[in-house]
Design a protein around this ligand. Sequence first.
Ligand SMILES: [Mg+2]
Length: 155
Amino acid sequence: MRMTKNEAEEACRQYNYLCDILEYTEQAFPIETRFGWEIYSRRKESMNMAEYQMKALETAMYPTLDNLGIYYTALGLCSEAGEVAGKIKKALRDKGGNYHAIKDDIKKELGDVLWYCATLADEFDLSLSEVAEYNIEKLASRKERGVIQGSGDDR
Ligand SMILES: [Mg+2]
């Protein structure tokens, strides 16, 4: 069952509140006595988009003069998206459609796609977070207006 937007926001609010309590608890008590340790450790392992974009940019090494950064990252994005499609095509051809066999490959290639999304966004002085938020708002609006299906960027 899918949550409504309000339910999801409330769940996130409660989860973050719990994590704040657990963070305080970690500071106040030794690890062995902490309540909810497992939940806290999961939160520590996740990465938000701002953090990801910052780390991705630390590894960005390409020419940037005269808009070369835009060309480089746009071409890289297309190339990596093609690699995702290539892995799926080869799973169909060579592994009888056993897509579980390529899960790790897809993980790697989607990571490469994400890296180019982060760096291309930066070339336009966009944060990955604002790109993501805008996209979700756009799709939610289309869903609300019943125009998810169809075509046109500005529907
Ligand atoms: Mg790749």
